[in-house]
Design a protein around this ligand. Structure first.
Ligand code: KIV
Length: 293
């Protein structure tokens, strides 16, 4: 059993311990996060932007989510892995949601699924949790609906919208989810929701009062340039480091400085007599290594 499960994460909230979560989309990075002790990974449909270069998350498919999710799951011995359900893979009906969630769990071998929305998807959450699949909800600014919001905007500043966000979070809990992401929600509202709910709240752009925090890993590693949301803290300048390494590689390949003798299989190199024979054979025949005609 993993060190991080639905039960251990709930116990962390009960003890007042904060929960760490990052997005991740590949095996190598998942192993690094797992070794670092990160509690949860979200294989978010943000991969549409970070890995696939789309302007938003809407084009991402279930098949793509499964491929990325499976790669991450293989890298995690202890980190709890949540896989995002992409746009239009659950909105149509509880039946569709259950079929998609079941397929994602079976084929990607993750620990839970996440879907966006509150009261409007409560029946979907209920159908999935009734089948024994752990669900994470996602309320506040939900990127799959950003056309409806008119952009990526903070949700819950006015009384009406604050009440909507709270009621959505309560509906997600009532429907059986074990956690909920609060995205771009004013900090005091997010803190109130976190105090009110029994289930875990994970904040992104929602202040310090949530039970846990999630960030997109390319943002927190400084790989996405200067145009990052205000709530992102850069924990490293990995983008700059990578670019320096790529430049050094490019210039050393071109100058001949790489590879040096220590990068070649010198000890098991071909004996000089063998090379001499090959050269002689080449010179004395019209036999060509690559010729198949
Ligand atoms: O897709 C994603 O990465 C997300 C997080 C931003 C919460 O939903």
């Amino acid at each position: 059993m993993k060190q991080n499960t639905v039960a251990t994460l709930a116990a962390m909230k009960a003890r007042g311990e904060r929960i760490s979560q990052l997005t991740c989309y590949d095996y190598t990075t998942a192993r690094l996060m797992d070794d670092a002790g990160v509690n949860m990974i979200l294989v978010g449909d943000s991969l549409g932007m970070t890995m696939q270069g789309y302007a938003d998350t809407l084009p991402v498919t279930v098949e793509e989510m499964i491929i990325y999710g499976r790669s991450v799951a293989r890298g995690c011995r202890n980190t709890f892995v949540v896989l995002d359900m992409p746009f239009m893979s659950y909105q149509i009906s509880p039946q569709q949601a259950l079929e998609t969630a079941g397929r994602m769990m079976k084929e990607a071998q993750v620990d839970a699924v996440k879907l966006e929305g509150g009261r409007t998807v409560a029946d979907q959450i209920r159908a999935i949790t009734d089948a024994g699949i752990p669900v994470v909800g996602h309320v506040g600014m939900t990127p799959q609906s950003y056309h409806a919001f008119g952009g990526f905007k903070v949700q819950g500043k006015e009384e009406d919208s604050a009440r909507r966000v709270l009621e959505d979070a309560l509906a997600v809990q009532e429907a059986g989810a074990f956690a909920v992401v609060l995205e771009c929600v004013p900090p005091k509202l997010a803190a109130l929701i976190s105090r009110t709910l029994d289930i875990i709240t994970i904040g992104i752009g929602a202040g310090e009062g949530c039970d846990g925090q999630v960030l997109v890993y390319q943002d927190m590693l400084g790989m996405t340039g200067d145009r990052v949301p205000k709530f992102v803290k850069r924990f490293a300048e990995a983008g700059q480091l990578m670019q320096e390494a790529f430049r050094a590689y490019d210039s050393q390949v071109k100058s001949g400085a790489f590879p040096a003798a220590e990068h070649a299989y010198g000890k098991s190199d071909c004996a000089d007599e063998i090379l001499a024979r090959l050269e002689e054979e080449q010179a004395g025949s019209n036999w060509k290594l690559c010729s198949v005609m």
